[in-house]
Design a protein around this ligand. Structure first.
Ligand code: PLP
Length: 390
């Protein structure tokens, strides 16, 4: 190929972000299933249940009614008002609906938040282990993700001391935390979140709280950063509690001075979020009873794993406070959890995600199990893991 043509086809350096290793696990699982094997899927972090019946009915009615047009860039006003009401109902928090921005999942929210808050080159702290796209999106936007390692000593929460130590080493422009978190399933107490938010803002570090797993809290009630500071930027989604991953819809609570910025950015980047998903999302709030039943299923699954896995041989895992993840230390059995996951899949037909996706340093010690499946699958997974490890 001519040198010139090669240059035309060379991707940008900032687009060089890694893919998810969980995809490799899914491909291997599909191969086993194609050959007639029955795989218990605990690798992908998504609910097995469908969207609330209220959401599906609203979407069907909207399709029958005909035209679906663009909406306001920040979302349909009645949906924004309904989301604001959710904060009143759950957190006794009076939020101006004008501060709600509807996004294409929380993933769309990250792009808007990072663009609105940071300049290229800005350093933004994220925790490790953590959700990989945080650092990949930051990198693609020209920011520098700063990985702060968390340990069991702080229940895998970022503390003010850890954040400020990094800030003194080299100034940070922002920090992003999640509670409940992926992959650990751990949560920050309301006090810990408040202390971190206040330390960050005191040092001039912008605070972003990913609250996508809110509603799926078992150990204690999750706190929202929206209650702690008007300057915190909150990101949430209909994907997890409302079981609407494929609808691609989420929201942000935006600090008042940044609303117009987010409005302009979103109008240019996407015009608006798909209207059908917005209509369904508004109706999803009426399906809370159905979703609470799904949540109780996760609670049962969590109990089955917490009680069953130690008996099966996997006895070291992080506190499974919320979301639907259990992060198990498998270093007693192997020095590379990728290889362990591969053998677990091939020999016991249980699919789990190797920790290296979430933690480039210590991930080799861990496996993430998603317990969003059925109760029967959890019992079967425990049985298969026990037989396999014996
Ligand atoms: C912690 C966390 N944040 C954000 C997302 C993105 O979800 P969505 O874009 O579907 O809202 C995920 C998905 O698994 C996640 O685990």
């Amino acid at each position: 190929m001519l040198e010139k043509a090669k240059f035309l086809l060379t991707p940008s350096a900032r687009s060089d972000v890694p893919s998810f290793m969980v995809m490799d696990v899914m491909t291997a699982a599909a191969r086993i299933e194609a050959a007639g094997g029955h795989v218990i899927h605990m690798e992908v972090g998504q609910p097995a249940a469908p969207a609330p019946a209220t959401a599906i009915a609203a979407a069907k009615a909207a399709l029958d009614a005909g035209r679906l047009s663009y909406t306001e860039a920040l979302g349909i006003p009645s949906l924004r008002a309904r989301i604001a009401r959710y904060y009143a109902e759950r957190f006794d928090l009076d939020l101006d609906p004008g501060r709600i921005a509807v996004t294409t999942g929380s993933s769309g929210g990250f792009i808007l938040a990072f663009l609105a808050l940071f300049e290229p080159g800005d350093r933004v702290a994220v925790t490790v282990p953590g959700y990989p796209p945080y650092r990949h999106i930051l990198k693609a936007l020209g920011c520098e993700p700063v990985l702060i390692e968390t340990t069991a000593a702080t229940r895998h929460a970022l503390t003010p001391e850890m954040l400020l130590a990094e800030h003194r080493r080299k100034p940070l422009a922002g920090v992003l935390v999640a509670s409940p978190a992926n992959p650990t399933g751990t949560m920050m107490s309301a006090e810990a979140l408040a202390a971190l938010c206040s330390a960050a803002e005191g040092a001039g570090i912008r605070f972003i709280s990913d609250e996508i797993y809110h509603g799926l809290d078992y150990a204690f009630a999750a706190e929202t950063a929206a209650r702690l500071s008007p300057n915190a930027l909150v990101i949430n989604s209909f994907s997890k509690y409302f079981c609407m991953t494929g609808w691609r819809i989420g929201w942000m609570v935006v600090p008042e001075p940044l609303i117009r910025t987010v409005d302009r950015l979103h109008g240019n980047l996407a015009i608006s979020v798909p209207t059908l998903a917005q209509i369904a999302a508004e109706a999803a709030f009426d399906g809370a009873a159905e979703m609470d039943a799904v949540k109780h299923g996760y609670e049962d699954n969590r109990r089955i794993l917490i009680e069953g896995l130690p008996k099966a041989g996997l006895d070291t895992f992080l506190p499974a406070d919320g979301a639907f993840y259990l992060y198990a230390d498998v270093s007693r059995f192997c020095d590379d959890s990728f290889d362990f996951a591969k053998r677990l899949l091939e020999e016991a037909h249980v699919a789990a995600t190797p920790g290296i996706d979430f933690d480039p340093v210590h991930g080799k010690q861990f496996l993430r199990f998603c317990y969003a499946g059925s109760r029967g699958e959890m019992h079967e997974a425990v049985r298969r893991i026990g037989d396999w490890l014996r």
